[in-house]
Design a protein around this ligand. Structure first.
Ligand SMILES: *Cc1c(COP(=O)(O)O)cnc(C)c1O
Length: 241
């Protein structure tokens, strides 16, 4: 094994242990937290040491990067890896994205939901399980971020289009850029409380059990505040990129 491979595996193990510790001290089952390894900073080959180390969930922000890395992994004969799209999806990229993606975490409009529903109903047999998606909330109210504002969410959720091929399963958000850990904790807590407030207005069958929140700088805080999915990039590639 070369130095890069060794370092990535060490980083992964270190992150896994910190996730476990954060879960344990907040009385949560570590197995209820999914680590999505964000590979947007690195080339295809550097996905492989993570797979070797036991990682199965991967995230990319750009659809095209996701298609390419997913195809690369599949060409290696590895078929049990799940790809999560975590960045903005343009409607003209839906069709090419569907075959590769396990979950879309970055649904930021009901137009996108409707377009996704239509494309999937055209493309795949009706018997297939619906595609899980997360609704993206701009919890920090930053202009550069996508997603609904917290204030828009009750209306957005109660008016979700009728969906058969797409299944909203939770919320996704990023913490404020400024304010450090204390602000991140407030943001994550607001997302969890928002989810709890939305439950009574969700259409039948929509539960929003998943909270995707927490990145390299704040994932332990996110777990303490109830994250079920953390999306981690830089910490996994420390000393490598
Ligand atoms: C890049 C990215 C991440 C990972 O960020 P790190 O700070 O490198 O861990 C997580 N979520 C989203 C939406 C991203 O774009």
């Amino acid at each position: 094994m070369n130095h890069v491979t060794v370092r990535i595996k060490q980083n992964f193990e270190h992150v896994r242990q910190r996730i476990e510790a954060a879960a344990t001290r907040s009385d949560r089952d570590p197995r209820a937290i999914t680590l999505v390894a964000v590979t947007k900073y690195v080339s295809h080959e550097l996905v492989l040491p993570l797979i070797d180390a036991g990682c199965r969930d991967f995230g990319e922000s750009r659809p095209q990067q996701l298609w390419e890395k997913a195809a690369f992994v599949q060409q290696r004969g590895i078929t049990d890896v799940r790809w999560h799209l975590i960045g903005h999806l343009q409607r003209n990229k839906i069709a090419k994205t569907i075959p590769w993606v396990h979950m879309i975490q970055s649904i930021d409009s009901d137009r996108l939901l409707t377009a996704l529903e239509l494309e999937i109903s055209d493309a795949v047999p009706a018997s297939l399980a619906p595609l899980p998606v997360l609704l993206e909330v701009n919890i920090s109210r930053e202009a550069a971020k996508h997603g609904w504002s917290a204030e828009q969410m009750p209306q957005a959720v109660s008016h979700l289009p009728t969906l058969h091929h797409v299944q909203p399963v939770g919320l996704m958000a990023m913490a404020s850029v400024v304010g450090g850990e204390a602000q991140a904790r407030l943001d994550f807590r607001r997302l969890r409380e928002l989810r709890d407030q939305l439950l009574p207005v969700c259409p039948p069958g929509v539960v929003l059990a998943e909270l995707s929140m927490g990145m390299s700088g704040d994932y332990e805080v996110a777990i303490e505040e109830g994250a079920t999915i953390v999306r981690i990039g830089s910490s996994l590639f420390e000393g490598v990129t």
